[in-house]
Design a protein around this ligand. Structure first.
Ligand SMILES: [Ca+2]
Length: 128
C-alpha cells in the first residue's frame, strides 16, 4: 500500500463541532483536513463509526466537489481520501463497501500509479 501524504497531525482529525460537512440524500460527508495516510484516515473513520466516502455517482461527485471547492476550510489539504483503492490487484479498483466499481471520473492523466513516493506506486484515491 502507498499513500500520497505523510502521516502527521492525527489529533486534528477528531470529529469536532464545526467539521465541514455536506448532506446528500440521507448521507452526511465530513471533510477532515488532517494530512494523514489513507490507512489512518480509514481507521479514523471506523473509530467514529463512519467510512471513507463512497462516491459512486456523477451527481454525488459533483455535490462533493462543489462542497470541497467552495468550502471555506483548510486550504492546505490537496485532495481528500475516499473509499476507493487498488491495493489488492494493481489497476483493479475496489470500493471499501464492496460495491461494484462502475462509475469513474478520473482527473486528467489519472490513475497514474505514480511511483515517486513508493516503488510500488499509488493505490489509494483522493478527490478534490
Ligand atoms: Ca495502484
Amino acid at each position: 500500500m502507498t499513500s500520497q501524504m505523510p502521516t502527521t497531525d492525527a489529533e486534528h482529525m477528531t470529529h469536532e463541532p464545526g467539521t465541514p460537512s455536506i448532506t446528500v440524500g440521507c448521507q452526511t460527508y465530513y471533510a477532515f483536513s488532517a494530512k494523514v495516510t489513507w490507512q489512518t484516515a480509514m481507521d479514523h473513520c471506523i473509530s467514529l463509526n463512519m467510512e471513507l466516502a463512497i462516491v459512486n455517482k456523477g451527481s454525488l461527485s459533483r455535490a462533493i466537489r462543489d462542497f470541497l471547492n467552495n468550502g471555506n476550510f483548510d486550504g492546505h489539504v490537496k485532495g481528500y481520501w475516499i473509499g476507493l483503492h487498488d491495493r489488492n490487484v494493481e489497476g483493479n479498483y475496489e470500493w471499501l463497501n464492496g460495491e461494484d466499481f462502475v462509475w469513474t471520473n478520473w482527473a486528467k492523466n489519472q490513475p497514474s500509479n505514480a511511483t515517486k513516493k513508493s516503488p510500488d506506486g499509488q493505490d489509494c484515491v483522493k478527490m478534490w
